[in-house]
Write a protein that binds this ligand. Sequence first.
Ligand SMILES: *Cc1c(COP(=O)(O)O)cnc(C)c1O
Length: 355
Amino acid sequence: MTSPQPRRNVAEIPPYVAGKPPTVRPGMTSYKLSSNENPYPPLPGVIEAVQAGVAAMNRYPDMGSTALYAALADTFDVPADHLSVATGSVGLIYQLVQAFCDPGDEVVFAWRSFEAYPIAVAAAAATAVKVPVLADGRHDLDAMAAAVTDRTKVVLVCTPNNPTGPAVTQAELDAFLAKVPPRVLVVVDEAYLEFVRMADPVDGLATYRDHDNVVLTRTFSKAYGLAGFRVGYAVAPAPIAAALRAVSLPFGVSTVAQAAAIASLERRAELLERVDALVAERTRVVAGLREAGWNLPDAQGNFVWFELGERTAEFAAAADEAGIVVRPFAGEGARVSIGETEANDRLVQVAAAFS
Ligand SMILES: *Cc1c(COP(=O)(O)O)cnc(C)c1O
């Protein structure tokens, strides 16, 4: 073989299947419910803050993201050296695996869960250990703890779990952390944190303060509506946050992304009102679907999960006919984001008619 060859693990990286844009249908508004995006446009003031950054595009961003670190530290009452900002929480997950795993080291996570996990693990030549979720879509934390071996470096806990929807409780997380050796890094992926409405919810900040091996990953992509700008942050004890910053892509978070994130934190109260409205829509959709006979897992994110098995493609096609694009997982089910009211209405109609 004479041509340059990538490392063997590169061929094993599964493709990321992104949510499709909707099919354009004449005379019908189509909706994208396939990527768990926030349907609301940016808040007033955020675009203006970004525009100021646009005028400086000939300059590199502030590599230290100083103002963003200060805003995050202030908002969440954590020391700035316990934070690491990155190009979305997907960026953080790559960095975590890169910083903590040698080739062949094991990363335990639930499955099905966020599809970026096996990609990040394979990209680092680490080994994915997938622990099936329970029948109701919850993490099987007992089985995950039992899956930890001498080779395990990282465990990923996705709560709420994308795509199935349920979140873990604080009691469950505490019991899990008590079983996992302190040398194993436990990542709590809180991408949908703001949408959680349940008894005994996880208090991520209190949990990381109590444990030297816990890191929280959070994002501006979902509740904050900045998916297009690629910005997320980790909260972790100082040595872990430092390792994350050490492997970060220099200048990864752009000037406009930093500006948008800061402006969004300043408008957090208004953003959280929008989250409340989305949660109300979620409640309405879930009630409508249950009334139509669907048995759905608990939905704690901005999406619902339909377990459809072999009928997944058929369901996705029926939704597409009605002008909504969902995210099918072939042979397993479909995840549908909570979107505009009209889109949510159509989802309930399509699902009720699907038999
Ligand atoms: C959407 C999502 C993310 C966030 O991705 P970004 O890179 O921040 O856009 C992280 N984890 C889960 C489980 C997600 O669903």
